[in-house]
Design a protein around this ligand. Structure first.
Ligand code: S3P
Length: 171
């Protein structure tokens, strides 16, 4: 079985993906981290040198590589489901889980995050909130296709583990 965790930047994909994988006895792969390892460059460096289009091409290439693995939880970058038919690919390859968070919570998490995110560089609070609202509105049509939608997930992975065990469709 393959589980994909999707959602906006700051929604907790890696934080929750890791314990979910542990509880299922699966491997955990963070797609952005995998891209960085394979390319020998950080996501910011990849954006700087080749722009977003090049990053999206790499994201698609490495996602295709990872869907060949079994017993794995894969957390993707926030934009991955929305480009290059990646959502179709993930849905055809396993269970997709959308971590649905409110824009205000995402903004406060992203403001406090240590990781550099090229799409958010230089934004003040109002600009960040506006960007999140606008981008979420565009991305939700992809995110909402997930087989499981978890609204307002906390940092506690147990709820997601229970959902996966029960196998219920929408939460
Ligand atoms: C992106 C999200 C990032 C990373 C890249 C682009 C996006 O991942 O893939 O900076 O388009 O939302 P996280 O969601 O893990 O921050």
């Amino acid at each position: 079985m393959r589980i994909f965790i999707i959602g906006f930047m700051g929604s907790g994909k890696s934080t929750l993906g890791r314990p979910v994988a542990r509880a299922m006895g699966y491997d955990f792969v963070d797609l952005d981290h995998y891209i960085e390892q394979q390319e020998g460059a950080t996501i910011s460096q990849i954006f700087e040198s080749g722009g977003e289009a090049n990053f999206r091409a790499l994201e698609h290439r490495y996602l295709r590589e990872l869907v060949g693995r079994d017993n794995v939880v894969i957390s993707t970058g926030g934009g991955a489901p929305c480009f290059n038919d990646n959502m179709t690919l993930m849905k055809a390859s396993g269970t997709t889980i959308y971590l649905k968070q409110e824009p205000e919570l995402l903004a406060s998490r992203l403001e406090n995050a240590k990781v550099r995110r090229p799409l958010l560089e230089g934004k003040n609070h109002d600009e960040l909130l506006h960007y999140i609202r606008q981008t979420l509105a565009q991305r939700e049509e992809y995110y909402e296709q997930a087989s499981i939608v978890v609204a307002n997930p906390s940092r506690d992975a147990q709820r997601i583990i229970n959902i996966l065990k029960v196998g219920t469709e929408k939460y």
